[in-house]
Design a protein around this ligand. Structure first.
Ligand SMILES: O=C(O)CCC(=O)C(=O)O
Ligand SMILES: [Fe+2]
Length: 319
């Protein structure tokens, strides 16, 4: 990788405040009309048994963190980054591909981190909603994360589909700038096969946020996502990552965020959300999020409509 291959770094500090003001005046496409009946309903048997193959796991401690995001949970118990293979059956991947391709109708282009995406997809697809709110799916993701998880309490920040492909005549290439996510527990599912596109590598920094340098490629690694449906699980707020420009073909990914309901800690910041949604829309969403974060774990699971996932559940392997 040479200097010209480096990715831009997403705005921080005052730059983010400027983006928040810009997003305040920008109209985002209304996607609610996309929510129409889906032929296929989510079923837990679209998850492979006995569970996914998880490789290249690095805990937050192995990334170099000494302080845990949660009291009483060691940095070596929480996953910082892991590659996830064979989470879904081929049918599950095919349905997700079909739904996510259809939801491009509601996608908007922007100069935010990801150039083209549809957000809040759990409100647009009952299949994706039911998947995210399924105990079997949440348990599988919780085991990868090292902590029990529920869907992230804020709709907009919970799920998005990213679309990357070169657009003839346009200066801006479709990419994902170097960034950290607002949310902590993030599953990035790449739905395209590697042969569907060139470029579009998923890069991450093998280290902490404090020692990230966007020009020092020696600390960058490329995620090994070999099959459609493979995913990179990340502790999104503590891992710099990005997607290099897609040079040909199409790359589509579904990004899902989760929250650990046993702790009220959350990394999302008002200005991170406001740089995306604009200031007026962020105020009620932010207040709702703060309110939701103080729910008990029992209440979170009751809101999700499932029996609680406990820490003990994480260690009982399926056969
Ligand atoms: O599209 C991807 O594979 C990852 C995108 C990402 O990092 C994000 O949506 O925050
Ligand atoms: Fe991200």
């Amino acid at each position: 990788m040479n200097h010209s291959d480096t990715l831009p770094l997403f705005e921080r500090g005052v730059g983010r405040l400027k983006l928040a003001l810009k997003s305040t005046w920008k109209r985002t496409p209304r996607a609610s009309s996309l929510c129409r009946g889906e032929q296929i309903a989510w079923r837990d048997d679209l998850l492979r048994r006995p569970g996914p193959t998880v490789t290249d796991t690095r805990t937050l401690g192995q990334l170099g963190y000494t302080q845990s995001p949660h009291a009483k949970i060691a940095v070596d118990a929480i996953t910082g980054v892991a590659t996830v293979h064979r989470l879904f059956t081929p049918e599950g991947v095919a349905v997700l591909q079909e739904i996510c391709a259809r939801l491009e109708e509601g996608a908007g282009d922007s100069d935010w981190i990801i150039s083209r995406r549809t957000r809040g997809v759990t409100a647009l697809s009952s299949f994706i909603h039911d998947m995210m709110f399924s105990r079997a799916f949440l348990l599988a993701v919780s085991r990868i994360a090292g902590v029990p998880l529920v869907p992230y309490p804020m709709l907009n920040a919970r799920s998005q589909i990213n679309y990357y492909y070169p657009k003839p005549g346009e200066r801006q290439q479709q990419l994902g700038m170097w960034h950290t996510d607002g949310t902590n527990y993030v599953l990035n599912i790449v739905l395209s096969a590697p042969c569907d596109y060139s470029g579009g590598e998923f890069l991450f920094h093998n280290g902490t946020v404090d020692n990230f340098d966007a020009l020092d490629y020696r600390t960058f690694e490329t995620a090994r996502l070999d099959e459609p449906g493979d995913a990179l699980f990340i502790h999104g707020s503590r891992l710099y990552h990005g997607v290099r420009p897609v040079l040909s073909g199409r790359r589509m990914s579904l990004v899902l965020s989760f929250h650990c309901p046993y702790f009220s800690d959350d990394s999302n910041r008002f200005w991170h959300l406001a740089s995306d949604d604009g200031i007026p829309a962020t105020i009620p969403n932010w207040l709702g999020l703060r309110w939701a974060l103080y729910r008990s774990a029992a209440r979170h699971f009751a809101c999700t409509g499932i029996e609680p996932i406990t820490f003990e559940d994480l260690y009982q392997r399926e056969v």
